[in-house]
Design a protein around this ligand. Structure first.
Ligand code: GLN
Length: 296
């Protein structure tokens, strides 16, 4: 790739796409453009207009490095340090899962519930995000429900650091109480906290035995702590549902993302608690059941 030193922008993009395609990256041209756009600060359209110009010397080695990292399977979001979620940009690193578009359905469900109850301003909502990771759910909902009060929990101190940084970026760090620990148990460290009427989360839900067969870009780079949900993938859900009754106030919503094929078992675990008036699910962009909706 040293030949890139004398390349134009267009040639560099072509060369990078070639390496990315060879590494079986899905959208090689797009990813090459996104990487170059991130490094140069130029939009993808600008890069197209600049295609005859020489690749700026000062970014050559960074571009080669970024393309090489992507070829190894590292998620684009870890290389650029950024991922968009529900229209906002979030800082990410290897301490947190890369936000997935599916998780936007948790936001949608929570906002729809708030609207139905006439709580769209957030007034009267105490929300908790269990396993906040980069903070996407807690932060997005706190931004969208300006009068809501919010709590965000994660077992990883390092993930919480990322989440707090993101909350600062979006101006809501002061409105969210951050707790390190295991789901509801984390709250015991606080001197006081309310009962919650909006409980959201994206717990780890991959079955332990399926971890090894995840794509390289997931298994070799994303935190296992955020993915491995135990034998049937539902350990985290059991922990949450076990403590739920002591922490909720009706009327409320439990909205949790889950994985393929897990709805029936999850529904069963929810039923056994006798806490819900209604249990259903929301499908994702691909039509798979993806978000558990429990009305309590
Ligand atoms: N959606 C992720 C994946 O399939 C898993 C997220 C999770 O376990 N919460 O890789």
């Amino acid at each position: 790739m040293t030949a890139m030193l004398i390349l134009t922008v267009g040639e560099a993009l072509q060369r990078a796409s070639f390496y990315l395609r060879r590494a079986q990256i899905d959208q090689p041209r797009l990813e090459a453009e996104l990487l170059l756009s991130w490094l140069t600060g130029r939009s993808r359209i600008q890069l197209l207009l600049d295609r005859q110009q020489p690749l700026p010397v000062e970014i050559v080695s960074d571009f080669i490095e970024a393309v090489a990292r992507r070829c190894q399977g590292e998620p684009l979001a870890y290389i650029t340090g950024e991922k968009e979620f529900y229209g906002r940009h979030f800082y990410v690193n290897q301490d947190v899962l890369v936000p997935r578009p599916e998780t936007e359905f948790v936001v949608e469900a929570a906002l729809a519930w708030a609207r139905e109850l006439g709580l769209a301003s957030g007034e009267g909502i105490n929300l908790i995000d269990l396993g906040t990771g980069s903070g996407i759910l807690a932060i997005t909902l706190t931004c969208m429900l300006p009068a809501a009060r919010a709590w965000a929990v994660d077992i990883s101190e390092r993930a919480l650091k990322v989440a707090i940084q993101n909350a600062e970026r979006h101006g809501v760090a002061e409105r969210i109480t951050w707790c390190c620990g295991n789901y509801f148990q984390a709250l015991h460290k606080l001197s006081s906290y309310p009962r919650f009427n909006l409980v959201v989360g994206n717990p780890p839900y991959v079955q332990s035995r399926a971890m090894a067969s995840l794509p390289v870009t997931v298994k070799d780079f994303e935190p296992a702590l955020a993915l491995d949900g135990g034998e049937d993938g539902l350990d985290g859900y059991r922990a949450i549902l076990q403590d739920l009754s002591r922490h909720i106030q009706s009327p409320g919503l439990l909205a949790l993302e889950f994985g393929a094929g897990q709805y029936e078992l999850l529904q069963e675990i929810c039923r056994e608690t006798n806490l819900f008036q209604n249990i259903s699910y929301q499908r994702d962009y691909q039509g798979w059941p993806r978000v558990l909706l429990g009305l309590f």
